[in-house]
Design a protein around this ligand. Structure first.
Ligand SMILES: CC(C)(COP(=O)(O)OP(=O)(O)OC[C@H]1O[C@@H](n2cnc3c(N)ncnc32)[C@H](O)[C@@H]1OP(=O)(O)O)[C@@H](O)C(=O)NCCC(=O)NCCS
Length: 164
């Protein structure tokens, strides 16, 4: 397993990973048909320009990815936001998520002026919420009835943050 910074030429491999992960219910917000190559190219460019992009590579495939980038306004210049992490379901529970997240935080802290990281996870994604808590994130708020699940029911989105 190679954990490394992502590159622009990872687009196709990351796209493939996101397509796979988007088929799983209750994970990332985007539905499968909303995961386009343009979407992936967009966040990769944003993360490379103004944030952090980390991938886990195995046998030439990207099996885990995390990115985050700044919001774009100077008042939020200390915030690493828009954080999304995915791991290939074939490798869940093997510690890849933790490894890439720790590397992401290490690299994020190196960006001058960054003192806060933030993310959002749906309330039913308890695995992700526990995971973020284990990394030091705290629940900061709850946006009620913000996100739909596959049954068209509304559920809360949970805001989490870490300050250092
Ligand atoms: C969330 C996700 C990134 C975790 O990746 P992973 O590689 O399986 O996680 P790891 O093996 O590194 O486990 C990290 C921690 O997650 C938690 N965790 C992992 N599997 C879990 C499970 N089945 N139930 C509860 N907690 C679990 C534990 O806290 C674990 O830490 P520990 O091993 O020290 O106890 C992965 O499940 C995923 O890609 N899910 C789909 C996309 C998604 O939900 N993204 C987040 C959107 S907000």
């Amino acid at each position: 397993m190679n954990i490394r910074k992502g590159r622009i030429d990872d687009i196709d491999k990351v796209y493939k990973l996101y397509k796979k992960v988007s088929k799983i219910e209750g994970g990332i917000a985007r539905l499968e048909d909303e995961v386009t190559r343009e979407y992936v190219e967009g966040f990769i460019k944003n993360a490379l320009d103004d944030g952090v992009l980390i991938v886990a590579e195995k046998d030439g495939e990207v099996v885990g990815e995390i990115h985050g980038y700044k919001i774009g306004l100077r008042v939020f210049d200390h915030v690493l936001s828009n954080i999304t992490i995915v791991v290939s379901p074939d490798f869940y529970g093997e510690g890849i998520g933790k490894k890439i997240f720790l590397k992401f935080m290490e690299e994020g802290k190196k960006i001058e002026g960054i003192s806060r990281m933030e993310l959002i996870a749906r309330e039913s994604n308890q695995k992700a919420l526990k995971f973020y808590e284990s990394l030091g994130f705290e629940i900061e708020g709850k946006m009620r009835q913000r996100i739909k699940n596959s049954k068209d029911e509304l559920e809360a989105d949970i805001m989490m943050g870490i300050i250092f």
